[in-house]
Ligand binder design. Structure first.
Ligand SMILES: [Zn+2]
Length: 90
């Protein structure tokens, strides 16, 4: 079972739900929380790829341009620690 990561581009609120075929794991948790996927460098690429937009490989490293709204497994269950932020619920 894979998982889905909802990425939001904070500049305009646009969303992309990236699907990963691999099972959620401690490694994935680390990657998205603190590792390579915690800053904008890679989130930007995943976001563009998911939306089939051109990929920008030259942008500087930053944080906060892309944020994870939630991560769910393929059954639609939130991954613990990655639930939808309270302010996003309606
Ligand atoms: Zn970076």
């Amino acid at each position: 079972m894979g998982f889905n990561v909802c990425l939001q581009r904070t500049s305009d609120g646009a969303l992309a739900v990236y699907h990963d075929d691999d099972a959620w794991s401690e490694t994935a948790d680390y990657q998205w929380g603190e590792g390579n996927l915690s800053c904008d460098c890679n989130r930007r690429l995943y976001f563009a790829r998911t939306r089939k937009e051109p990929e920008d490989w030259d942008a500087d490293c930053s944080e906060g341009s892309y944020r994870v709204l939630w991560i769910k497994d393929d059954r639609g269950q939130f991954i613990p620690g990655w639930e939808e932020p309270v302010e996003e619920r309606t």
